[in-house]
Design a protein around this ligand. Structure first.
Ligand SMILES: *Cc1c(COP(=O)(O)O)cnc(C)c1O
Length: 396
Protein backbone atom coordinates (compact mmCIF):
# COMPACT_ATOMS: atom_id res chain seq x y z
CA UNK A 1 0.00 0.00 0.00
CA UNK A 2 1.43 3.39 -0.92
CA UNK A 3 0.15 6.88 -0.34
CA UNK A 4 0.45 8.79 -3.58
CA UNK A 5 1.35 12.14 -2.05
CA UNK A 6 3.84 13.15 0.63
CA UNK A 7 4.55 16.19 2.74
CA UNK A 8 7.08 17.56 0.23
CA UNK A 9 4.50 18.00 -2.54
CA UNK A 10 3.10 21.47 -3.21
CA UNK A 11 -0.48 22.18 -2.02
CA UNK A 12 -2.00 21.68 -5.48
CA UNK A 13 -0.46 18.22 -5.71
CA UNK A 14 -1.54 17.27 -2.19
CA UNK A 15 -5.10 18.47 -2.95
CA UNK A 16 -5.27 16.00 -5.83
CA UNK A 17 -3.30 13.01 -4.49
CA UNK A 18 -3.17 13.38 -0.70
CA UNK A 19 -4.76 10.67 1.44
CA UNK A 20 -5.29 8.30 -1.46
CA UNK A 21 -3.80 4.95 -0.54
CA UNK A 22 -3.23 2.59 -3.47
CA UNK A 23 -4.11 -0.04 -4.49
CA UNK A 24 -7.74 0.46 -3.51
CA UNK A 25 -10.39 -2.26 -3.47
CA UNK A 26 -10.85 -3.90 -6.91
CA UNK A 27 -8.04 -1.64 -8.20
CA UNK A 28 -10.40 1.36 -8.26
CA UNK A 29 -8.55 4.58 -9.00
CA UNK A 30 -11.03 6.65 -6.99
CA UNK A 31 -11.64 6.35 -3.25
CA UNK A 32 -14.61 3.98 -2.81
CA UNK A 33 -17.61 5.18 -0.80
CA UNK A 34 -17.88 2.50 1.86
CA UNK A 35 -21.42 2.54 3.20
CA UNK A 36 -20.98 -0.57 5.30
CA UNK A 37 -21.65 0.18 8.98
CA UNK A 38 -19.59 -2.74 10.23
CA UNK A 39 -16.46 -4.60 9.12
CA UNK A 40 -16.39 -8.39 9.42
CA UNK A 41 -13.56 -10.61 10.63
CA UNK A 42 -13.05 -14.34 9.99
CA UNK A 43 -10.08 -14.42 12.32
CA UNK A 44 -10.95 -13.62 15.93
CA UNK A 45 -7.38 -12.65 16.85
CA UNK A 46 -7.30 -10.20 13.95
CA UNK A 47 -10.51 -8.63 15.17
CA UNK A 48 -9.16 -8.35 18.69
CA UNK A 49 -5.92 -6.76 17.45
CA UNK A 50 -7.89 -4.10 15.54
CA UNK A 51 -10.16 -3.49 18.52
CA UNK A 52 -7.09 -3.01 20.73
CA UNK A 53 -5.54 -0.60 18.22
CA UNK A 54 -2.59 -2.95 17.60
CA UNK A 55 -3.47 -3.30 13.93
CA UNK A 56 -5.01 -0.91 11.40
CA UNK A 57 -8.58 -1.66 10.46
CA UNK A 58 -12.21 -0.74 10.98
CA UNK A 59 -14.81 -2.19 13.29
CA UNK A 60 -17.88 0.05 13.38
CA UNK A 61 -18.84 3.10 11.33
CA UNK A 62 -19.41 5.44 14.25
CA UNK A 63 -15.71 5.07 15.07
CA UNK A 64 -13.89 4.87 11.75
CA UNK A 65 -14.57 4.36 8.04
CA UNK A 66 -12.13 4.08 5.08
CA UNK A 67 -13.76 6.87 3.02
CA UNK A 68 -13.73 9.20 6.01
CA UNK A 69 -10.07 8.25 6.64
CA UNK A 70 -9.08 9.26 3.10
CA UNK A 71 -10.78 12.66 3.44
CA UNK A 72 -9.19 13.27 6.84
CA UNK A 73 -5.73 12.35 5.57
CA UNK A 74 -6.01 14.80 2.66
CA UNK A 75 -6.78 17.65 5.07
CA UNK A 76 -4.01 16.57 7.49
CA UNK A 77 -1.41 16.67 4.71
CA UNK A 78 -2.66 20.02 3.39
CA UNK A 79 -2.41 21.61 6.85
CA UNK A 80 0.96 20.00 7.60
CA UNK A 81 -0.39 18.53 10.84
CA UNK A 82 0.53 15.54 12.98
CA UNK A 83 -2.98 14.10 13.36
CA UNK A 84 -6.58 14.60 12.26
CA UNK A 85 -10.15 13.70 13.06
CA UNK A 86 -13.50 14.77 11.66
CA UNK A 87 -17.15 15.21 12.57
CA UNK A 88 -20.54 15.62 10.93
CA UNK A 89 -20.35 19.45 10.72
CA UNK A 90 -17.97 22.28 11.47
CA UNK A 91 -19.89 23.04 14.66
CA UNK A 92 -19.67 19.38 15.73
CA UNK A 93 -15.89 19.66 15.44
CA UNK A 94 -15.69 23.01 17.21
CA UNK A 95 -18.05 22.08 20.05
CA UNK A 96 -16.42 18.63 20.34
CA UNK A 97 -12.99 20.25 20.61
CA UNK A 98 -14.12 22.68 23.31
CA UNK A 99 -16.08 20.10 25.35
CA UNK A 100 -13.13 17.71 25.17
CA UNK A 101 -10.43 20.13 26.23
CA UNK A 102 -12.18 22.37 28.77
CA UNK A 103 -13.02 21.70 32.41
CA UNK A 104 -15.10 23.72 34.91
CA UNK A 105 -13.10 26.59 36.34
CA UNK A 106 -10.93 26.99 33.26
CA UNK A 107 -10.65 30.09 31.14
CA UNK A 108 -10.99 30.68 27.39
CA UNK A 109 -9.73 33.78 25.65
CA UNK A 110 -11.17 34.58 22.23
CA UNK A 111 -12.45 37.46 20.14
CA UNK A 112 -15.87 39.00 19.57
CA UNK A 113 -15.96 38.18 15.85
CA UNK A 114 -15.92 34.39 15.86
CA UNK A 115 -18.45 32.52 13.72
CA UNK A 116 -22.00 32.95 15.11
CA UNK A 117 -22.34 29.35 16.29
CA UNK A 118 -18.94 29.41 18.00
CA UNK A 119 -19.85 32.70 19.62
CA UNK A 120 -23.02 31.05 21.01
CA UNK A 121 -20.89 28.35 22.63
CA UNK A 122 -18.80 31.07 24.26
CA UNK A 123 -21.67 33.25 25.47
CA UNK A 124 -24.44 30.74 26.18
CA UNK A 125 -23.28 27.14 26.65
CA UNK A 126 -19.76 27.10 28.13
CA UNK A 127 -20.51 29.60 30.94
CA UNK A 128 -23.25 27.21 32.19
CA UNK A 129 -20.46 24.76 32.96
CA UNK A 130 -18.48 27.32 34.92
CA UNK A 131 -16.06 28.04 32.09
CA UNK A 132 -14.96 31.66 32.02
CA UNK A 133 -14.90 33.09 28.49
CA UNK A 134 -13.17 36.38 27.82
CA UNK A 135 -14.06 37.87 24.40
CA UNK A 136 -11.76 40.69 23.29
CA UNK A 137 -12.02 43.25 20.52
CA UNK A 138 -10.97 41.26 17.47
CA UNK A 139 -8.25 43.54 16.14
CA UNK A 140 -6.93 44.74 19.49
CA UNK A 141 -3.88 42.46 19.88
CA UNK A 142 -2.86 44.17 23.11
CA UNK A 143 -6.26 43.52 24.69
CA UNK A 144 -5.99 39.83 23.73
CA UNK A 145 -2.46 39.66 25.16
CA UNK A 146 -3.65 41.26 28.41
CA UNK A 147 -6.54 38.78 28.67
CA UNK A 148 -4.11 35.90 28.07
CA UNK A 149 -1.77 37.23 30.76
CA UNK A 150 -4.68 37.17 33.24
CA UNK A 151 -4.89 33.39 32.77
CA UNK A 152 -5.72 31.32 29.73
CA UNK A 153 -6.24 27.58 29.29
CA UNK A 154 -7.45 27.79 25.70
CA UNK A 155 -6.95 30.56 23.13
CA UNK A 156 -9.43 30.44 20.25
CA UNK A 157 -8.75 32.53 17.15
CA UNK A 158 -10.43 32.92 13.75
CA UNK A 159 -9.10 34.94 10.82
CA UNK A 160 -10.26 36.37 8.45
CA UNK A 161 -13.51 36.86 10.38
CA UNK A 162 -17.09 36.39 9.34
CA UNK A 163 -18.67 38.62 8.03
CA UNK A 164 -16.50 41.74 8.42
CA UNK A 165 -13.20 40.16 7.23
CA UNK A 166 -11.10 41.42 10.11
CA UNK A 167 -7.57 40.03 10.32
CA UNK A 168 -5.98 38.77 13.53
CA UNK A 169 -2.20 38.89 13.90
CA UNK A 170 -1.67 35.12 14.11
CA UNK A 171 2.10 34.88 14.78
CA UNK A 172 1.85 37.46 17.57
CA UNK A 173 -1.18 36.00 19.37
CA UNK A 174 -0.24 32.34 18.87
CA UNK A 175 3.11 33.17 20.52
CA UNK A 176 1.30 34.88 23.41
CA UNK A 177 -0.97 31.84 23.87
CA UNK A 178 1.97 29.45 23.76
CA UNK A 179 3.93 31.50 26.29
CA UNK A 180 0.95 31.25 28.68
CA UNK A 181 0.78 27.48 28.22
CA UNK A 182 -2.67 27.67 26.57
CA UNK A 183 -3.91 25.30 23.90
CA UNK A 184 -4.16 27.46 20.76
CA UNK A 185 -7.02 26.70 18.35
CA UNK A 186 -7.49 28.49 15.01
CA UNK A 187 -10.57 28.33 12.77
CA UNK A 188 -9.02 28.34 9.26
CA UNK A 189 -12.30 28.00 7.32
CA UNK A 190 -12.09 31.35 5.51
CA UNK A 191 -8.39 31.24 4.63
CA UNK A 192 -8.23 27.53 3.66
CA UNK A 193 -4.90 25.66 3.78
CA UNK A 194 -4.11 27.16 0.37
CA UNK A 195 -3.68 30.61 1.91
CA UNK A 196 -2.74 30.04 5.55
CA UNK A 197 -1.31 27.24 7.72
CA UNK A 198 -1.68 28.14 11.41
CA UNK A 199 0.06 24.90 12.48
CA UNK A 200 3.26 26.20 10.87
CA UNK A 201 2.81 29.38 12.93
CA UNK A 202 2.64 27.35 16.15
CA UNK A 203 -1.09 26.66 16.63
CA UNK A 204 -1.90 23.40 18.43
CA UNK A 205 -5.15 22.75 16.55
CA UNK A 206 -6.81 23.99 13.36
CA UNK A 207 -10.54 23.56 12.79
CA UNK A 208 -12.47 23.81 9.53
CA UNK A 209 -16.05 23.86 8.47
CA UNK A 210 -15.38 21.54 5.51
CA UNK A 211 -18.90 22.46 4.38
CA UNK A 212 -17.44 25.66 2.94
CA UNK A 213 -14.29 25.95 0.80
CA UNK A 214 -12.88 22.45 1.35
CA UNK A 215 -15.97 20.80 -0.15
CA UNK A 216 -16.64 23.82 -2.32
CA UNK A 217 -19.88 22.69 -3.93
CA UNK A 218 -22.46 23.36 -1.20
CA UNK A 219 -23.62 19.75 -1.26
CA UNK A 220 -22.14 18.21 1.90
CA UNK A 221 -21.77 19.16 5.57
CA UNK A 222 -18.62 18.27 7.47
CA UNK A 223 -16.02 19.40 9.96
CA UNK A 224 -12.38 18.53 10.46
CA UNK A 225 -9.75 19.27 13.11
CA UNK A 226 -5.99 18.75 12.71
CA UNK A 227 -3.03 19.23 14.99
CA UNK A 228 -1.22 17.74 17.98
CA UNK A 229 -1.65 13.98 18.21
CA UNK A 230 -2.31 13.86 21.97
CA UNK A 231 -5.12 16.41 21.63
CA UNK A 232 -6.61 14.87 18.47
CA UNK A 233 -6.78 11.45 20.15
CA UNK A 234 -8.86 12.94 22.95
CA UNK A 235 -11.13 14.83 20.52
CA UNK A 236 -11.59 11.66 18.46
CA UNK A 237 -12.42 9.66 21.59
CA UNK A 238 -15.15 12.14 22.54
CA UNK A 239 -16.49 12.16 18.95
CA UNK A 240 -16.75 8.37 18.77
CA UNK A 241 -18.84 8.49 21.94
CA UNK A 242 -20.98 11.57 21.23
CA UNK A 243 -21.65 10.06 17.80
CA UNK A 244 -21.47 13.15 15.53
CA UNK A 245 -19.63 11.09 12.90
CA UNK A 246 -18.97 12.34 9.38
CA UNK A 247 -21.06 10.32 6.91
CA UNK A 248 -19.02 8.39 4.25
CA UNK A 249 -21.09 9.89 1.43
CA UNK A 250 -20.35 13.41 2.72
CA UNK A 251 -16.69 12.46 3.21
CA UNK A 252 -16.52 11.42 -0.44
CA UNK A 253 -18.13 14.63 -1.71
CA UNK A 254 -15.77 16.72 0.43
CA UNK A 255 -12.77 14.70 -0.73
CA UNK A 256 -13.76 15.05 -4.37
CA UNK A 257 -14.33 18.77 -3.89
CA UNK A 258 -10.87 19.13 -2.37
CA UNK A 259 -9.20 17.89 -5.55
CA UNK A 260 -9.89 21.31 -7.07
CA UNK A 261 -9.41 23.37 -3.89
CA UNK A 262 -6.29 25.14 -5.15
CA UNK A 263 -7.88 26.00 -8.52
CA UNK A 264 -11.10 27.22 -6.96
CA UNK A 265 -9.44 29.35 -4.29
CA UNK A 266 -7.04 30.95 -6.78
CA UNK A 267 -9.94 31.86 -9.07
CA UNK A 268 -12.20 32.97 -6.21
CA UNK A 269 -9.60 35.35 -4.81
CA UNK A 270 -8.71 36.78 -8.22
CA UNK A 271 -12.41 37.45 -8.72
CA UNK A 272 -12.88 38.79 -5.17
CA UNK A 273 -10.02 41.27 -5.59
CA UNK A 274 -11.55 42.68 -8.79
CA UNK A 275 -15.08 42.73 -7.35
CA UNK A 276 -13.80 44.52 -4.21
CA UNK A 277 -11.95 47.11 -6.33
CA UNK A 278 -15.09 47.71 -8.39
CA UNK A 279 -17.32 48.06 -5.32
CA UNK A 280 -14.91 50.47 -3.66
CA UNK A 281 -15.44 52.98 -6.46
CA UNK A 282 -19.26 52.68 -6.51
CA UNK A 283 -21.15 55.66 -5.02
CA UNK A 284 -23.92 53.51 -3.47
CA UNK A 285 -21.41 51.36 -1.57
CA UNK A 286 -20.53 52.75 1.86
CA UNK A 287 -17.75 50.33 2.84
CA UNK A 288 -15.92 47.34 1.35
CA UNK A 289 -14.28 44.79 3.66
CA UNK A 290 -11.66 42.78 1.80
CA UNK A 291 -8.17 42.05 3.19
CA UNK A 292 -6.69 42.34 -0.32
CA UNK A 293 -7.54 46.07 -0.52
CA UNK A 294 -4.77 48.46 0.59
CA UNK A 295 -7.58 50.39 2.38
CA UNK A 296 -8.23 47.39 4.67
CA UNK A 297 -7.05 48.32 8.20
CA UNK A 298 -5.08 45.05 8.59
CA UNK A 299 -3.93 44.72 4.98
CA UNK A 300 -0.25 44.60 6.03
CA UNK A 301 -0.84 41.81 8.56
CA UNK A 302 -2.84 39.85 5.97
CA UNK A 303 0.03 40.23 3.48
CA UNK A 304 2.47 38.81 6.02
CA UNK A 305 0.54 35.75 7.14
CA UNK A 306 -1.56 34.83 4.08
CA UNK A 307 -0.49 33.68 0.62
CA UNK A 308 -3.74 35.00 -0.87
CA UNK A 309 -6.66 37.03 0.48
CA UNK A 310 -9.44 34.52 -0.12
CA UNK A 311 -12.84 34.60 -1.80
CA UNK A 312 -14.89 36.29 0.93
CA UNK A 313 -15.76 39.95 1.14
CA UNK A 314 -18.55 42.10 2.53
CA UNK A 315 -19.85 45.54 1.74
CA UNK A 316 -22.31 48.10 3.04
CA UNK A 317 -25.12 49.65 1.04
CA UNK A 318 -26.40 53.18 1.39
CA UNK A 319 -29.93 52.81 2.78
CA UNK A 320 -29.21 49.92 5.14
CA UNK A 321 -31.28 46.77 5.40
CA UNK A 322 -34.04 48.15 3.14
CA UNK A 323 -31.53 48.71 0.36
CA UNK A 324 -30.14 45.21 0.87
CA UNK A 325 -33.66 43.76 0.59
CA UNK A 326 -34.16 45.57 -2.74
CA UNK A 327 -30.66 44.71 -3.98
CA UNK A 328 -30.73 40.91 -3.59
CA UNK A 329 -33.62 40.15 -5.98
CA UNK A 330 -31.88 42.20 -8.69
CA UNK A 331 -28.83 39.94 -8.72
CA UNK A 332 -28.88 37.30 -11.43
CA UNK A 333 -25.63 35.43 -10.78
CA UNK A 334 -25.80 34.50 -7.11
CA UNK A 335 -27.72 32.45 -4.62
CA UNK A 336 -29.20 34.42 -1.75
CA UNK A 337 -28.41 31.78 0.84
CA UNK A 338 -26.74 30.95 4.16
CA UNK A 339 -23.58 29.38 2.86
CA UNK A 340 -20.18 30.33 1.49
CA UNK A 341 -17.12 29.00 -0.27
CA UNK A 342 -18.95 27.33 -3.16
CA UNK A 343 -18.30 27.48 -6.90
CA UNK A 344 -21.34 29.72 -7.33
CA UNK A 345 -21.38 33.24 -5.92
CA UNK A 346 -23.51 33.44 -2.76
CA UNK A 347 -24.86 36.57 -1.07
CA UNK A 348 -26.55 37.05 2.27
CA UNK A 349 -26.98 39.51 5.14
CA UNK A 350 -25.42 38.49 8.49
CA UNK A 351 -28.90 38.32 10.07
CA UNK A 352 -29.75 35.20 8.06
CA UNK A 353 -26.28 33.74 7.56
CA UNK A 354 -23.19 33.86 9.81
CA UNK A 355 -25.06 35.38 12.76
CA UNK A 356 -28.53 33.88 12.30
CA UNK A 357 -28.33 32.53 15.87
CA UNK A 358 -27.84 36.03 17.31
CA UNK A 359 -30.45 38.61 18.27
CA UNK A 360 -30.49 42.08 16.62
CA UNK A 361 -28.96 43.50 19.83
CA UNK A 362 -26.16 40.91 19.84
CA UNK A 363 -25.28 41.69 16.22
CA UNK A 364 -25.24 45.41 16.99
CA UNK A 365 -22.98 44.70 19.97
CA UNK A 366 -20.64 42.77 17.68
CA UNK A 367 -20.46 45.77 15.36
CA UNK A 368 -22.18 44.03 12.45
CA UNK A 369 -24.24 46.58 10.52
CA UNK A 370 -27.70 45.45 9.32
CA UNK A 371 -27.03 46.92 5.87
CA UNK A 372 -24.10 44.60 5.23
CA UNK A 373 -23.92 42.20 2.29
CA UNK A 374 -21.68 39.16 2.64
CA UNK A 375 -20.38 38.15 -0.74
CA UNK A 376 -18.84 34.73 -1.28
CA UNK A 377 -17.18 35.01 -4.65
CA UNK A 378 -17.65 32.07 -6.99
CA UNK A 379 -15.53 30.87 -9.88
CA UNK A 380 -17.66 32.53 -12.57
CA UNK A 381 -16.20 34.92 -15.14
CA UNK A 382 -15.46 38.07 -13.17
CA UNK A 383 -16.70 40.44 -15.89
CA UNK A 384 -20.13 38.86 -15.64
CA UNK A 385 -20.07 39.16 -11.84
CA UNK A 386 -19.14 42.85 -11.96
CA UNK A 387 -21.74 43.60 -14.63
CA UNK A 388 -24.35 41.82 -12.52
CA UNK A 389 -23.41 43.83 -9.42
CA UNK A 390 -23.45 47.08 -11.42
CA UNK A 391 -26.95 46.57 -12.82
CA UNK A 392 -28.27 45.49 -9.40
CA UNK A 393 -26.75 48.55 -7.69
CA UNK A 394 -28.19 50.81 -10.42
CA UNK A 395 -31.63 49.35 -9.78
CA UNK A 396 -31.59 49.98 -6.01
C1 LIG B 1 -19.83 27.70 8.66
C2 LIG B 1 -18.75 27.96 9.61
C3 LIG B 1 -18.63 27.19 10.77
C4 LIG B 1 -19.61 26.09 11.14
O1 LIG B 1 -19.58 25.04 10.22
P1 LIG B 1 -20.84 24.09 9.89
O2 LIG B 1 -20.27 23.10 8.95
O3 LIG B 1 -21.92 24.94 9.32
O4 LIG B 1 -21.27 23.50 11.20
C5 LIG B 1 -17.56 27.45 11.62
N1 LIG B 1 -16.67 28.42 11.34
C6 LIG B 1 -16.77 29.20 10.24
C7 LIG B 1 -15.76 30.25 9.99
C8 LIG B 1 -17.81 28.98 9.33
O5 LIG B 1 -17.92 29.77 8.25
Amino acid sequence: MTTASNAHDAPGTVAVWGGEVHPMADRATQVPVVHSVSFGYDDFDDWLAVARGEREGHIYGRNTNPTVDAFEEKVRLMEGAEAVTSASTGMAVISGTLWTLLRPGQRVVSVKDTYGGTSKLFTEFLPEFDIDVQLCDTTDSEAVERAIADGCDLLYLETPTNPTLKIIDLPRLIAAGQAAGAVVVVDNTFATPINQNPIALGADLVVHSATKFLGGHADALGGVVVGRKDLIERIYHYREINGATLHPEAAYLLLRGMKTLHLRVERQQDNAQKVAEFLETHPKVTVVNYPGLPSHPQHEIAKKQMRGFGGMLSFGLEGGLEAVARFFPQLRLSHAAANLGAVETIVGPPSTTSHVECTDEERAELGIPEGLVRYSTGIEDVTDLINDLRQALDAV
